[in-house]
Design a protein around this ligand. Structure first.
Ligand code: ZN
Length: 169
């Protein structure tokens, strides 16, 4: 692995961005009334994958793109306070969360930094389509999400760039 990116490089990039920035008047409500829940994987450029622009959508990312309690916290705010009406759950091929178990990750935490993660569920999974169905179901059944929100599940292929809807999700 290479060294972490220099923050000075990113601050330079930000200065250039701000110099030509013209979209400071957008409303907070997503224009396309959609929220995307997906993985933090660096190979996924979510806006480009879905043809979204600034102001269009909420994009929530975590390890695996799982419908964790914290994801639901954000999606409650997204739908009830900011007007989103469609959620897309997107997991992806070659996801790190499909190649580790809770025990693996807890051991890494203990061995590398001495921390106790025994009470943490890292939400790993073994079956990609099934993890999507599980998260779609969890959102549909959540008492914190309005019933009129539609929830769809997809898998993104990191090699082809293609998105496929998960059957039964
Ligand atoms: Zn992932």
């Amino acid at each position: 692995m290479t060294e972490p990116a220099e923050s000075s490089e990113m601050l330079d990039a930000n200065r250039a961005y701000a110099e030509s920035f013209t979209q400071g008047a957008l409303p907070a409500e997503p224009a396309r009334r959609i929220a995307i829940l997906t993985c933090m994987d660096a190979r996924m450029n979510v806006e480009k994958i879905l043809g979204l622009r600034i102001g269009d959508a909420h994009i929530l990312r975590n390890a695996g793109g799982r419908a964790s309690d914290d994801a639901i916290r954000s999606l409650t705010v997204s739908s009830l306070l900011l007007g989103t009406r469609r959620f897309m759950v997107i997991h992806h091929t070659r996801c790190g969360m499909a190649s580790h178990t809770n025990d693996d990750i807890r051991s890494v935490v203990r061995d590398q930094i001495g921390g106790d993660a025994s009470g943490v569920d890292f939400l790993p999974f073994t079956d990609l389509d099934e993890s999507v169905r599980e998260d779609v179901r969890r959102l549909r059944e959540s008492p914190l999400i309005p019933r009129e929100v539609s929830v769809e599940g997809y898998v993104y292929d990191v090699q082809s760039g293609r998105l496929t809807q998960v059957q039964g999700a």
